[in-house]
Design a protein around this ligand. Structure first.
Ligand code: SF4
Length: 379
C-alpha cells in the first residue's frame, strides 16, 4: 500500500534508452559514449535492468508508451538478442502500446543482414542510419568507421529485412566543405529513397579534438554564410523531392515524421534510461550520471542513477515551449504568442515567418534564426 501511494501518476509516451558504447570516438562528438571500455555490454544490461525495475516502482503509467528510441552511442552494436533482452525488460516493467514506434540509431559500420533481420523480428520498425556523408574523405575527417559504399549496402539490407521506415542522418558545414561536395551527399541520399532525412550543421564542443583544432586555428571555422546557403539549398531540394521540412533539421515523407522526437518538441513527457539519459516528467527535468562505472555502481546499491534535476518555473516552461514549437513547421498557435501581434510584422516582411491555419510558423529562412526569433518574441 505504501509503495502504491508513493508512486506518481503520469502520462509517458516516450522511452529513451541510451546505449553508451562506440567502436571509436568521433573527434567532434560530445555525446556520452565510450570506446574500448572495460565495461562489457552484458554488465551494462544487468545495470539497465535494475534501473528499469527501480523506475517502474516509482511510476504508474496509465497511458502506454507510444515510442521507444534506442540512441547513443551506437545502439547497433547490440546483437539482436541483446536488443530483445532490453525489450523484454521494458515490456515486463512498463505498459507499452501494441504497435509502438521502435527506433534504433544505427552505424553503417556495425550492421549485417542477419542483425537487421533480427532487429526486425524483435519489432524494431524504424532505423535511423548515421550516414553523415557519401564522400570517404569527409567520413575520414569526421572519424567515422564506415565507408561511403556501406551506406547503400546497409539501406538495401534493411529493405530486404523488411524495414519500411528508414532515416538517413547527414552532416554539413564541415570546414572547407564546398556546396558541390555537400550536393553529392544529398543527391546520393535521395537515390536511396529514405523515408526520413536529418541534416545537421557540424557543431563541436571546444573540448573535442575538432573543437581544439578550430580553437587553435589549425582548422578554419566553417564559413557561416556558406553554411546558411547549404541549409537553404537543402531545404529547397528535399522539399521539391517530396519531403516536408517539418523541423529545423528534419525532413520526412508524408506519414514518416519521427514520432519520438515530435514528443520532445511538443513538450510530452519522456523517461530516459541509461548513462547520461535525460527525462522530463511532472514538469521536472532530470538527468542520469554520465560515467558508466558510476551508473553501474549506483544501481548495484539499488539507487536510481540520477545526477540532478530541476523544476521549471512557469515562465521557463512557456519560453521552452515557444522555442521548441518554433522549430517545427507546424509553428505555434497565435493565441499562445506573447505580446502585441504587431510585433510579428517584421518577421513577415523579412520572409522569416507566415501564418498558416491560425498558427505562426517559420519559413526555412526563419528556421536559420529560430532561437533568436524565440527570444525576440518573448521580449
Ligand atoms: S558514432 Fe555517434 S555517438 Fe559514437 S562517437 Fe561517433 S558521433 Fe559520437
Amino acid at each position: 500500500m505504501f509503495i502504491l501511494l508513493s508512486r506518481l501518476i503520469t502520462i509517458m509516451p516516450g522511452l529513451y534508452i541510451h546505449i553508451p558504447f562506440c567502436v571509436r570516438k568521433c573527434p567532434y562528438c560530445d555525446f556520452y559514449s565510450e570506446a574500448e571500455t572495460e565495461v562489457s555490454i552484458p554488465e551494462f544490461l544487468r545495470a539497465l535492468r535494475t534501473e528499469i525495475e527501480l523506475r517502474a516502482e516509482n511510476w504508474i503509467i496509465p497511458d502506454p508508451a507510444e515510442t521507444l528510441f534506442f540512441g547513443g552511442g551506437t545502439p547497433s552494436l547490440l546483437s539482436a538478442n541483446q536488443l530483445s533482452i532490453i525489450l523484454h525488460y521494458l515490456r515486463d516493467s512498463f505498459a507499452i502500446q501494441e504497435f509502438p514506434e521502435i527506433t534504433v540509431e544505427a552505424n553503417p559500420g556495425t550492421l549485417s543482414p542477419e542483425k537487421l533481420e533480427g532487429y526486425r523480428q524483435e519489432g524494431v520498425n524504424r532505423l535511423s542510419i548515421g550516414a553523415q556523408s557519401f564522400l570517404n574523405a569527409e567520413l575520414d575527417f569526421l572519424g567515422r568507421i564506415h565507408r561511403a559504399d556501406e551506406i547503400s549496402r546497409s539501406v538495401r539490407a534493411a529493405r530486404e529485412a523488411g524495414f519500411g521506415n528508414i532515416g538517413l542522418d547527414l552532416i554539413f558545414g564541415l570546414p572547407d566543405q564546398t556546396l558541390s561536395a555537400w550536393r553529392v551527399s544529398v543527391h546520393q541520399a535521395l537515390e536511396l529513397e529514405p523515408e526520413h532525412i536529418s541534416t545537421y550543421a557540424l557543431t563541436w564542443d571546444n573540448e573535442t579534438p575538432i573543437g581544439k583544432r578550430i580553437q587553435s586555428g589549425e582548422l578554419p571555422a566553417p564559413d557561416e554564410s556558406r553554411v546558411s546557403d547549404m541549409y537553404l539549398w537543402t531545404s529547397e531540394i528535399l522539399r521539391s523531392a517530396g519531403y516536408a521540412h517539418y523541423e529545423v533539421s528534419n525532413f520526412a515523407r508524408p506519414g514518416f515524421r519521427c514520432r519520438h522526437n515530435e514528443g520532445y518538441w511538443t513538450g510530452r513527457p519522456y523517461l530516459g534510461l541509461g548513462p547520461s539519459a535525460h527525462s522530463f516528467l511532472h514538469e521536472k527535468r532530470s538527468w542520469n550520471l554520465r560515467d558508466i562505472r558510476e551508473y553501474i555502481h549506483q544501481l548495484r546499491l539499488m539507487k536510481l542513477p540520477v545526477e540532478g534535476e530541476e523544476e521549471l518555473s512557469y515562465a521557463q516552461r512557456k519560453m521552452e515551449r515557444l522555442a521548441l514549437l518554433l522549430r517545427r513547421s507546424d509553428g505555434i498557435p497565435l493565441d499562445e504568442l506573447p505580446g502585441n501581434p504587431e510585433k510579428l510584422d517584421p518577421f513577415f516582411s523579412e520572409g522569416l515567418a507566415s501564418i498558416r491555419d491560425g498558427r505562426f510558423a517559420l519559413t526555412p529562412r526563419g528556421f536559420l534564426l529560430a532561437d533568436g526569433i524565440a527570444l525576440r518574441l518573448a521580449d
